[in-house]
Design a protein around this ligand. Sequence first.
Ligand SMILES: *Cc1c(COP(=O)(O)O)cnc(C)c1O
Length: 338
Amino acid sequence: MGLQIDIGAVLANHAALAAKAPGARAAAVVKADAYGLGAERIAPALYAAGVRDFFVALAREGRAIRALLPDDARINILSGHMAGAYLAGLTPVLNSPEQFFRDRAMRPGQPFAIQLDSGMNRLGMEAEEWAAIRDEALAAGPAFIMSHLACADEPDHAANAAQLAAFRAMTDGCGVPRSLAATGGILLGPDYHFDMVRPGVGLYGGMPFADARPVVRLSLRVIQTRTVRRGEMVGYGATWHADRDCRIATVDAGYADGILRSLSGSGIAMHAGDVACPIVGRVSMDLITVDVSALDTVPDRLDLIGPHQGIDALADRAGTIGYEVLTSLGLRYDRSWV
Ligand SMILES: *Cc1c(COP(=O)(O)O)cnc(C)c1O
């Protein structure tokens, strides 16, 4: 089984998020190889389900899916127009006046979009920069104008309303489609939806979309099982000692596969059916040791991500977020898409 990716669940999550923003087109963010889950499978499936707007970070990622999608799919590049970028068939989201002038000089008449900074100070034109080129940019016909929220996963954060007001002040009356919300922004309600929403992590089963259908199941193979006597140690650094005789199973993945080393000693478990079997000792590069004493028979595989433990449960224990758990999942797993 290895890493099993439920494309039906991705499509269901997209439909559920789209239904929360009925007045807007629902794009799909498939950057970083669809958050590590395989853009070459997921983008065509989303297209077949009716999605026409896709977002990736880099032109290289855009080219990879361009070849797989029909011509009416719009593939937007969040990093915009970088010097030397090859953007045929792609829509750069222009983040600065410099990118705007480069793009208009090199790709006159080709589709582009604009990103404005509404307060996050990461990408996009500042209000003064936008004011200076606004007339020229609007005359050139941007496909849409967008901005991005810094705190949308915290509904009560004051930055949300402040960014909304800043975005409105810069774009009201532009007559161009607008986009502000990613997954978190969709959940903030209709004020944030504008004409297009850009869900990413919610498609893949992650927070802040608490109602998401889980997408990933990760089962690891048991290589070996042994008895460890009371007082013996397990793993690098001898950080764990058996306080009773126990059975330890060693499974075939580790931090090189995205199972973060910070999960060592976190109390996280692997599951055999409904039975939780705690990870003991340190997570090593290719291996994890698990206390399977609670099992009568040890199965061929144990689940790390599955019905009992989602990506965000793992992330909480590792001191990170579901996004990082997903995008860390390595390339060594046997992958299957169902
Ligand atoms: C990553 C990203 C998204 C998607 O965000 P999620 O929180 O994963 O839904 C949308 N817009 C921009 C600009 C992004 O960088």
